[in-house]
Ligand binder design. Sequence first.
Ligand code: IMP
Ligand code: MG
Length: 189
Amino acid sequence: MENNVPALYNDCASILVSQQEIAAICDRLAAEIQDTYKDSNRRLVMVVILKGSMPFAAELMKRLTLPLELEFMKVSSYGAGTKTSGEIKISLDLKRDDLQDIDLLVVEDIVDSGRTLFRLTQLLKNRNAHSVRTCTLLDKPSRREVDFIPDFCGTAIPDEFVIGFGLDYDEKYRNLPFVGVLKREVYEK
Ligand code: IMP
Ligand code: MG
């Protein structure tokens, strides 16, 4: 990007998913989600995975007209770097005692190795949630290490480290309004 723009923007090599594309993706996903749950008479609970999924979940939920409840979990598989550790750590857990009666929709920013959502959906199913589905804004299928396919997927992207619209590198860039590719020099220096 050009000079005279904030450093945050300057660290982007390119814009991968624009604000307009994000809006169109959310329109489509909301329609798919509405259609999937329209005949369910159970409570639908959106489980937002902190922190990265916050902007995406906010865009998505305002397009849904079904009755919807909101919960949060904090699950991490990454430290400050760009490589997965292979383990997930739950630092904020879901506290519901009615899991057997509810449909859970887990909302994630990006699926990479697939380990986070693979393990998390296993865990929630083991706790006897009536149903567990997953919705991700971004998917990097070429990076998959476990057999995991999200139920609702915004868009597949190539194997690049991306930032913005909730996604961070070392806790920064979450406030960019689009998804961009992080310049290699930022994390290789
Ligand atoms: P997985 O368990 O390997 O699928 O990793 C999923 C998590 O890794 C996401 O929730 C993100 O926090 C993080 N992650 C994976 N790829 C990226 C990326 O390109 N940019 C920022 N975070 C990423
Ligand atoms: Mg993250």
